[in-house]
Write a protein that binds this ligand. Structure first.
Ligand SMILES: *[C@@H]1O[C@H](CO)[C@@H](O)[C@H](O)[C@H]1NC(C)=O
Ligand SMILES: *[C@@H]1O[C@H](CO)[C@@H](O)[C@H](O)[C@H]1NC(C)=O
Ligand SMILES: *[C@@H]1O[C@H](CO)[C@@H](O)[C@H](O)[C@H]1NC(C)=O
Ligand SMILES: *[C@@H]1O[C@H](CO)[C@@H](O)[C@H](O)[C@H]1NC(C)=O
Ligand SMILES: *[C@@H]1O[C@H](CO)[C@@H](O)[C@H](O)[C@H]1NC(C)=O
Ligand SMILES: *[C@@H]1O[C@H](CO)[C@@H](O)[C@H](O)[C@H]1NC(C)=O
Ligand SMILES: *[C@@H]1O[C@H](CO)[C@@H](O)[C@H](O)[C@H]1NC(C)=O
Ligand SMILES: *[C@@H]1O[C@H](CO)[C@@H](O)[C@H](O)[C@H]1NC(C)=O
Ligand SMILES: CC(=O)N[C@H]1CO[C@H](CO)[C@@H](O)[C@@H]1O
Length: 534
């Protein structure tokens, strides 16, 4: 067994070495150019990541009992994610006794039966007898081999599911969260992957929270952590999360962080529907959406204007069955993500966990994959988010010329021209170049055509008669996502999509009522897109 271990280890080493020698597809390392993340030729690289956990008690990447690591990596690639937010506990880097245990021992120590080890053996024979530390590296190497970038996310100190308000992992100085040890762990992790260009970023600590959180210590330790990581590995982006479960970075508005380096700093924020309690279920969707958007911009989005990238490191809904209220949240968030072309990581890859809450293979309702990690749970969800997987905008000065797209989050599609003055919903990557004029008309660039309402419950069309009624479109309601036009002196209508995906104008819905009304079919976002990308 010792011999086999040695063999698998050197095999792994060669694989990793090979992957480092290959030129990377993305032209790494990454850096920042104002609010954009760019590659080494200055081109915008948008992070479209998926979370993959490796921070639970076993300290083993989830899913390895279900599928071979390479199969999982390839799946991530096939689903068009370019990056993984890979979570780990700091003890993996600081506690030798723990980290040098083999994966097999970790399962056995948790009292798990031989059956599950048989699954692990069958799917990942080259990993089962690696140390936890090497197994973590094997996962990173597999991702790198498949051209997937990695953001190492320090999720907790003591391995466990995150995040209790007062679980000893929440803030600097808490029972398990020794700041010195944390910096030591970050430094080790940064150094460990120094040679691997695919490790593009380190998110220093997930969801700070709890009774002892305060901004004074946030600056003190985050700045120290950032300097330590940068010193150990100047290639990685340093990503800082806020307070209150990473929903609040508002303190940075008046006091920026002070660091010795530039071009490597980004911020992270999390946004779930459940942060709003039951609001999405019981309150007016336009008001809740307006509220979420304003709060997110006020608490974190302002950083874009300050010239920092903003990474929405956790968001999503229970994909096992998307509820009506979650659909509203999702459409609202997608509109925001398109408008600002945000970087993000979806929560989560895992269809199930190796071992969680005392259950083997526990189902994850938020899992993008099915419980046995073989299929995508909801293909149309994946289709719907495909718009935000590619960059829409960027910093390239030669491509500054931008146009508009008219995005419909509920379908994930955009408004396109079709023959004989018609319009339809279609793939945003084929969008016409729209302009939104100061007179509120929506024109197709380089033509005399503009969007026109023909009457209530009738199809909208293109016209050359752009001075008339029905050709001005104003964003209304608390969400500003309805596009309203005046049909007659006292009739206002909203752009809508009928069940055949035709664009029509209809009575504006759900503007104020406090019911379960879903305005989704009437939500549109007029967003910037650079010619270079779209
Ligand atoms: C980054 O740079 C290379 C050229 O070095 C380019 O071909 C690549 O497509 C760029 N963009 C992205 C998004 O990776
Ligand atoms: C490291 O982990 C071992 C095994 O869980 C534990 O017994 C020990 O107390 C830990 N050491 C430190 C310094 O935390
Ligand atoms: C708006 O957000 C704030 C802060 O999260 C919350 O207290 C308030 O209830 C929300 N109001 C509505 C109408 O959603
Ligand atoms: C799958 O996703 C689509 C698009 O978001 C949604 O309309 C549908 O309800 C989802 N299906 C399930 C079973 O949740
Ligand atoms: C995985 O689950 C799907 C249904 O969710 C089933 O069709 C498939 O056979 C399962 N595959 C394996 C290998 O268990
Ligand atoms: C749009 O087209 C691209 C490229 O062909 C494809 O990857 C994507 O899935 C399409 N999106 C939708 C929503 O159909
Ligand atoms: C305005 O609309 C109402 C019904 O919505 C109608 O009764 C009224 O006659 C209209 N007034 C004018 C001036 O068109
Ligand atoms: C909706 O409910 C909120 C409180 O839940 C209340 O403040 C608001 O006035 C209500 N709006 C309407 C139009 O009833
Ligand atoms: C849906 C879900 O369980 N999300 C969890 C993901 O992890 C964070 C900690 O980073 C928790 O706070 C979320 O509840």
């Amino acid at each position: 067994m010792g011999r086999r271990l040695l063999l698998t280890n050197s095999f792994l080493f060669i694989i990793s070495l090979l992957s480092f020698l290959l030129p990377s597809l993305h032209a790494l390392p990454l850096s920042t150019n104002s609010r954009w993340i760019v590659n080494n030729t200055g081109q915008h690289v948008k992070l479209a990541c998926i979370n993959w956990s490796s921070h639970l008690e076993l300290m083993v990447a989830e899913g390895l009992t279900k599928q071979p690591v390479d199969v999982i990596s390839k799946k991530i690639k096939d689903m068009k994610f370019n990056c993984v937010r890979l979570t780990y506990p700091i003890y993996l880097a600081t506690n030798k006794t723990l980290a040098s245990q083999t994966v097999r021992q970790s399962f056995l120590n948790a009292g798990l039966s031989k059956f599950i080890l048989a699954d692990l053996q069958a799917n990942n024979p080259s990993i089962i007898d690696l140390s936890l530390n090497d197994a973590f590296q094997a996962v990173v190497a597999s991702l790198a081999k498949n051209n997937i970038m990695v953001i190492l996310d320090n999720h907790v100190s003591k391995p466990a599911w995150c995040c209790g308000y007062d679980d000893g992992n929440g803030f600097f100085g808490d029972q398990y969260f020794n700041p010195k040890l944390w910096i030591k762990g970050l430094t080790k992790m940064a150094a460990l992957f120094q040679e691997n260009p695919y490790v593009v970023g380190m998110s220093l600590r997930n969801e700070l929270r709890g009774p002892s959180q305060n901004t004074k210590d946030w600056y003190r330790y985050m700045q120290r952590g950032a300097e330590a990581v940068h010193k150990a590995n100047p290639n990685v982006l340093v990503i800082l999360s806020g307070l209150s479960y990473d929903t609040d970075l508002s303190f940075l508005r008046t006091k920026p962080v002070s660091l010795s380096f530039t071009g490597k700093l980004a911020f992270e924020v999390h946004q779930y529907s459940f942060s709003a309690g039951l609001d999405w279920k019981t309150k007016n969707a336009n008001q809740v959406c307006g509220n979420m958007t304003n709060n997110l911009m006020k608490n974190a989005g302002f950083l874009l204007d300050q010239g920092y990238p903003l990474f929405v490191g956790e968001w999503s809904v229970a994909l096992s069955s998307i509820s009506q209220s979650d659909t509203k949240y999702l459409n609202c968030l997608l509109a925001l993500a398109v408008e600002h072309d945000l970087d993000w990581a979806l929560w989560t890859l895992a269809g199930s966990y190796n071992f969680k809450d005392g259950i083997l293979g526990k189902n994850e309702r938020f899992g993008l994959l099915t419980q046995n990690w073989t299929d995508v749970r909801n293909k149309s969800f994946l289709q719907k988010i495909s718009v935000i997987q590619s960059p829409l905008q960027g910093p390239e000065t030669s491509y500054r010329q931008s146009h508009k797209i008219i995005y419909h989050p509920s379908t994930g599609l955009c408004i396109l021209k079709k023959p004989v003055m018609g319009i339809k919903l279609g793939n945003c990557s084929e969008s016409d170049h729209w302009t939104y004029t100061p007179q509120y008309t929506l024109d197709i660039e380089g033509s005399y055509l503009c969007l026109k309402a023909k009457g209530l419950n009738r199809r909208a069309k293109l016209t050359i008669d752009c001075q008339r009624r029905g050709t001005t479109w104003a964003p209304i309601s608390a969400s500003k996502l309805h596009l309203a036009t005046r049909l007659s002196k006292n009739t206002t209508a909203c752009l809508d999509v009928d069940s055949d995906y035709n664009l029509v104008t209809a009575t504006c819905k759900c503007l104020r009522s406090n019911d379960t009304c879903d305005p989704g079919s009437q939500w549109f976002k007029i967003a910037d897109a650079n010619d270079f990308y779209y």
